[in-house]
Design a protein. Structure first.
Lengths: 626, 196, 101
C-alpha cells in the first residue's frame, strides 16, 4: 500500500527529510487533509468490520439460543485475512502492514470476547454479554463507523479538492479531530476489559438503567465525550473551509451537491452534538459524583431502595439524547446522498435533475431534523398537544427526503447509464432508502408507533436506512474515489460480485425483521423471543437472517481482497478516469500532492455540465473557460 | 499552495478564517450551556422543593467574582486595543491583568467549594447542589482553558508580534471572543444559581 | 495602522470603560433586588432582564457584535433558533403530560 498516497511534500528539503522518517511522519503525524481522510477511512472501515463481527455473534446467538457458539468460525477467518494482508505487505512498514496487524488485533479481541466465564461460559452466551454486544454494536456502527467514514473520511478527502482549496482551513485542528476520535475509539474498546464488561444499556444509554450499570458505562460516557469533541472540531473546520476557501468563481450555487450535503451535515454536528455532551456530563456526574439528575425519588433496584437524593427525571435524558440523535440520523444519510449525487450525475452523463431543489431540500431537511426528536418518545407518556406537534413535524420532514429521492430518480431518466460498480451501489441505494424511509412513516405517527415501538420493525426500518442505504452509498464512494487516491481502479469484476452478493444477502438479513416486528417480537431479547407464544410462528426467520448475515460477511471479504489487490494490480488511470466535471478530477493530479493543485484553479461553470449540446466532449469541467 | 485568508479578509465574507471558526465554536458552546440551562429549568420546575440560592450559597463572594470576571473582560479587550494601537508593552500589562483576574476568580471559587465540602454539602446532597457544582465546574474548566490560552499568548506566543503583528492581533481578538463568552456565561450563571 | 484607525480605537476604549461601569452598576442592582425576596415570577423576570442586558452589552461591545459581518449574524440567528427550541420544547413536553393514576 506504499503507493496508496504518493503525496509530493512541500519542498525539496522536506522531501529529503521525509524519505528518512518514512512511514510515521507520512501517515501517522500528518496534517494533510488527504492523509487525515485516509486515517479516518481506514479506522472507520476497521470499526465497521468489528461492529459487524459483534452483530454476527448476536445473530448466531439469536438463531441458536442456549447452544455453544463455535468461536473459531469467527476468529480464524479474521486472522486469515490479517495474515494474508501482512504477507502482501511483505512486512515493510506501510499502511497495509498496519491494517494486517489491526486485523490480527480484531481476531484477538474476538477470541477474548468469546471466552471467559462472565461472557460465554462453555461457549454459551450470557444475556448480560448479549446486552454488551447490542450496545457496542450500535455505538461502534454509528459513532465510530458510519459517521467517521461519511464525514471524517469522504468529507476530509473530497471537500477541499471539490471546492479548489489547498487544504482544510485549520489543518492542525483537523489532526486533533482525528486523534480525539482515535482516543474515543480506544476508550470504547478498552471498556470490554473492565469488570462487568462494556456498556450494556443500549446505544441510547437510557437512564436510570445506565445510571446503575457496570463500569463499562462510565467508559462509554468518557468515550462519547471524546467522540463529540472530535465531531465539534471537525464541523467547525468543515464549515469554515467551505465558506472561506472556495476557489475563485466557486459560488454557493456552483458547489457540487456532495459539498452541500457535507455543509448541512456539519451544522447538524455543530449544533446538535453539544446537548448530548451536556447530557453525558450530567450522567457522568450521576455515576461518579452520586448526583441524581436522571434518578427519580424512591427508585427501587433489585428489591433495594436506591440510596440517592432523588428528584431527577429519567425522561430528561431521553430529550437530550434524541435532540442529538435525531439529527444524527441525518448525519448518517446526508453525506451518503451527496455521494449519490456525484456518482449518478457522472454515470448518467447528465446534469443532476433539479440541482436547486436538491440544495434547498437538503437545507430544509437539516433544519427540520432539529424539531422532530420526540417522535422517538411517544411511549413516555407525553400529552396529545406535544405529540401532535412532533407528529406534524415528522410528516413535514418526509417531504424534503422525498424531493431528494425523486430528483435523484428523475436524474436517471433518459441518461445513457454506465453500469460501473459505484453506479450499481448508487442505484441500489434508491429503492433501499425508499424502503427505509417509507417504513419510518408508521413510526412517526403515535397510534401506529404504539404497536411497533421497540419491536424488530424499528430495527428493520433504521437498518434499511443505514445499511443498504448509507453504507451502499459509502461503498459507491469508495469505488468512485479510489482511483483518485491511489491512481488505480478497483477491479470491476470483483466489485460486481461484491455488489450483487451484498445486495441480495442484505435484504435476506433485514426484510424478515419487518415480519417479526409486525408479529410483535421485541428488540433486545437475548434469546430471540423464544419464550413468547406470539413469536413462535416467526421464529424460524432468525435462522434465515443469520444465514443471510454470514453470506453478507463472505461477500465483504471479496471487497477487502479487491481493495488490497487493486493497489498493485488494478488498472492504472490518468487524472480523470470517469470523465467527471468536478475539480477533484479535472484540476488535481492523481494522486493529489500536498497542497492539492499545481496552480490555483478557477471555476467558470456549475458542477454537472454533462452532455452540453454543441460541445465536442460529453463533459465540461468546472475549471474550463468558455 | 498556502492556505488563504489566515490574515487578510476574504472579500465576500469580510472575515479571516479563525474569526468564523471561533464564532462557530461559540455557537456550539451556546448549545452546550443551553442544554444545561434547559435541564436546570426542567429539574427546578419538576422539584417538590427547591432551595433559594441565597440560602445555600455565599452571595458576597459570588458578587466579588462577578466583578473580577467583568474586569478581566475589560482588560482583555483593552489588551487587543493596545495591539491595535501598536503598544506592545500595554498589551503585556493588560493581558497579564486578565490572567491575574482569572486566577483570582478560581481562588475565590476554590474557597466557595472548600466551604461547601467542609459542611458535607457534596453534589450528591441534593439536586440544587448537583446542578450548581456541574454548571460552575464546567464554567471553571472553561476559565482554566482561557488561562492556558491567554498565558500562551502572553508568553511564548507573543513572539509572533515581531514576525506577523497582524496575525498576532487577530489571535488575541479570537482569544478575546472566547474569553468574553466565558464572562457572558457567568453573567447568566450568577443570578440563576445565586440570586433566585 | 493609520492615524484615523488609532483614533477609532481610542474612541472604542472610551466605550469599553463606559460599558464596564454600566456592568458594575447592573451587578449591584441585581444583587440588591435579590435581597428584597420578591415573588418568584417577579424575581426571575428582574434577574433575567438584567442578565440579558448585561449579556447583550458584553456581546455587542466587547465581542464587537454591534458592527460584525452578516455571516456571523446568520450563524448566531440559526443558533438562537435552535437554542429557543431546546429551551422551550422539552419544557412544553414536560408540562403536557398524560395524567397518571
Amino acid at each position: 500500500m506504499d503507493q496508496l498516497v504518493a503525496t509530493a511534500p512541500h519542498d525539496v528539503g522536506a522531501h529529503a527529510h521525509h524519505e528518512e522518517l518514512g512511514f510515521w511522519r507520512k501517515y501517522i503525524f500528518s496534517i494533510d487533509h488527504k492523509i487525515i481522510g485516509l486515517q479516518y477511512g481506514i479506522s472507520a472501515l476497521l470499526f465497521l468490520f468489528f461492529g459487524f463481527t459483534l452483530m454476527m455473534l448476536m445473530r448466531w446467538q439469536l438463531a441458536h439460543p442456549n447452544y455453544p457458539i463455535p468461536a473459531m468460525y469467527f476468529i480464524v477467518p479474521i486472522a486469515v485475512i490479517g495474515i494474508v494482508i501482512l504477507l502482501v505487505s511483505k512486512f515493510k512498514p506501510s499502511l497495509s502492514m498496519l491494517v494486517g496487524l489491526l486485523f490480527l488485533g480484531v481476531a484477538a479481541l474476538v477470541s477474548y470476547l468469546t471466552s471467559g466465564e462472565d461472557r460465554m461460559p462453555g461457549g454459551i452466551m450470557l444475556p448480560e454479554f448479549y446486552n454488551q454486544l447490542g450496545a457496542m454494536h450500535g455505538t461502534i456502527m454509528v459513532f465510530l463507523g458510519v459517521v467517521p467514514l461519511a464525514v471524517g473520511a469522504f468529507g476530509n478527502y473530497v471537500v477541499p479538492l471539490q471546492i479548489g482549496a489547498p487544504d482544510m482551513a485549520f489543518p492542525k485542528l483537523n489532526a486533533a479531530s482525528y486523534w480525539s476520535y482515535f482516543v474515543g475509539g480506544v476508550v470504547m474498546l478498552v471498556s470490554f476489559f473492565v469488570p462487568g464488561g462494556a456498556a450494556n444499556s443500549g446505544w441510547t444509554s437510557y437512564s436510570p438503567l445506565a445510571n446503575t450499570a457496570t463500569t463499562g458505562q462510565t467508559f462509554w460516557l468518557i468515550g462519547m465525550v471524546f467522540l463529540i469533541t472530535s465531531s465539534l472540531l471537525g464541523s467547525v473546520n468543515f464549515i469554515t473551509t467551505i465558506i472561506q476557501l472556495r476557489a475563485k468563481g466557486m459560488t454557493f450555487m456552483r458547489l457540487p451537491f456532495f459539498v452541500w450535503a457535507q455543509f448541512v451535515t456539519s451544522f447538524l454536528l455543530l449544533l446538535a452534538f453539544p446537548p448530548l455532551e451536556a447530557a453525558g456530563i450530567l450522567q457522568l456526574m450521576d455515576r461518579l459524583a452520586g448526583t441524581s439528575f436522571f434518578l427519580p425519588s424512591g427508585l427501587v433496584v433489585a428489591g433495594q431502595p436506591l440510596q440517592v437524593s432523588g428528584g431527577g427525571h429519567p425522561i430528561l435524558w431521553q430529550h437530550l439524547f434524541w435532540f442529538l440523535a435525531h439529527p444524527e440520523v441525518y448525519v448518517l444519510i446526508l453525506p451518503a446522498m451527496g455521494i449519490l449525487g456525484e456518482v449518478i450525475a457522472n454515470n448518467t452523463r447528465k446534469p443532476l435533475w433539479g440541482y436547486k431543489s436538491l440544495v434547498y431540500a437538503v437545507i430544509f431537511l437539516g433544519f427540520m431534523s432539529f424539531i422532530v426528536w420526540a417522535h422517538h418518545m411517544f411511549l413516555t407518556g407525553m400529552g396529545t398537544v406535544i405529540s401532535a406537534f412532533f407528529q406534524t413535524t415528522t410528516m413535514i420532514i418526509s417531504i424534503p427526503s422525498v424531493i431528494i429521492l425523486t430528483a435523484l430518480i428523475i436524474s436517471l431518466w433518459g441518461g445513457s447509464i454506465r453500469f460501473t460498480t459505484p453506479m450499481l451501489f448508487a442505484l441500489a441505494f434508491l429503492p433501499m432508502f425508499g424502503i427505509g424511509g417509507l417504513t419510518g412513516l408508521p413510526l412517526g405517527l403515535a397510534p401506529t408507533d404504539i404497536h411497533l415501538h421497540d419491536t424488530y420493525y424499528v430495527i428493520g426500518h433504521f437498518h434499511y436506512v443505514v445499511a443498504p442505504g448509507s453504507l451502499f452509498a459509502l461503498f459507491a464512494g469508495i469505488y468512485y474515489w479510489y482511483p483518485k487516491v491511489t491512481g488505480r481502479k478497483m477491479s470491476d469484476v470483483m466489485g460486481k460480485i461484491h455488489f450483487w452478493g451484498s445486495f441480495v444477502s442484505i435484504n435476506i438479513v433485514f426484510l424478515p425483521m419487518f415480519i417479526q416486528g409486525f408479529a410483535g417480537v421485541s428488540r433486545r431479547l437475548s434469546d430471540g423471543a423464544q419464550q413468547y407464544a406470539h413469536a413462535q410462528s416467526v421464529l424460524p426467520w432468525n435462522e434465515v437472517m443469520s444465514i443471510g448475515a454470514w453470506v453478507l460477511g463472505v461477500f465483504q471479504i471479496v471487497f477487502i481482497f479487491n481493495f488490497f489487490w487493486s493497489l498493485r494490480r488494478g488498472e492504472t488511470v490518468n487524472e480523470n478516469p470517469w470523465q467527471a466535471t468536478t475539480l477533484e478530477w479535472s484540476a488535481a493530479p492523481t494522486p493529489p500532492p500536498h497542497g492539492n493543485f499545481i496552480k490555483v484553479p478557477e471555476v467558470y461553470r456549475g458542477p454537472y455540465e454533462y452532455s452540453v449540446p454543441g460541445k465536442s466532449r460529453d463533459y465540461t469541467p468546472q475549471n474550463e473557460a468558455d | 499552495m498556502q492556505i488563504p485568508y489566515t490574515v487578510q479578509l476574504r472579500s465576500d465574507t469580510g472575515l479571516f478564517n479563525a474569526k468564523l471558526g471561533v464564532w462557530l465554536f461559540l455557537a456550539s458552546e451556546v448549545m452546550l450551556f443551553g442544554a444545561l440551562f434547559s435541564s436546570y429549568v426542567l429539574l427546578r420546575v419538576g422539584a417538590d422543593h427547591w432551595p433559594h440560592g441565597w440560602e445555600e450559597l455565599n452571595i458576597p463572594l459570588a458578587t466579588l467574582n462577578t466583578v473580577v470576571l467583568i474586569s478581566s473582560s475589560v482588560t482583555m479587550v483593552m489588551s487587543w486595543a493596545s495591539l491595535k494601537m501598536s503598544n506592545f508593552k500595554k498589551y503585556k500589562l493588560y493581558m497579564g491583568l486578565t490572567i491575574l483576574c482569572a486566577l483570582i476568580f478560581l481562588v475565590v471559587k476554590a474557597f466557595e467549594y472548600g466551604h461547601k465540602f467542609e459542611i458535607g454539602h457534596y453534589p450528591s446532597y441534593n439536586t440544587f447542589l448537583a446542578i450548581y457544582f456541574t454548571l460552575t465546574g464546567l464554567h471553571g474548566l472553561h476559565v482554566i482553558g482561557g488561562i492556558v490560552l491567554n498565558t500562551y499568548l502572553w508568553g511564548p506566543g507573543s513572539y509572533m508580534w515581531k514576525t506577523e503583528p497582524e496575525r498576532f492581533t487577530n489571535r488575541v481578538e479570537v482569544a478575546g471572543l472566547y474569553w468574553h463568552f466565558v464572562d457572558l456565561v457567568w453573567i447568566f450563571l450568577f443570578p440563576v444559581l445565586y440570586l433566585l | 495602522m493609520s492615524e484615523a484607525h488609532a483614533e477609532d480605537i481610542k474612541k472604542h476604549v472610551r466605550t469599553y470603560i463606559m460599558v464596564f461601569v454600566v456592568l458594575l452598576a447592573l451587578t449591584i442592582v441585581t444583587v440588591a433586588v435579590s435581597t428584597l425576596h420578591l415573588s418568584t415570577v417577579a424575581a426571575v423576570s428582574v434577574a433575567l432582564i438584567i442578565a440579558v442586558i448585561k449579556g447583550s452589552l458584553v456581546a455587542s461591545y466587547f465581542m464587537h457584535l454591534i458592527s460584525e459581518k452578516k455571516l456571523i449574524y446568520a450563524v448566531l440567528v440559526l443558533t438562537v433558533v435552535f437554542f429557543v427550541g431546546l429551551m422551550f420544547l422539552p419544557v412544553g413536553a414536560f408540562s403536557d403530560k398524560v395524567a397518571l393514576p
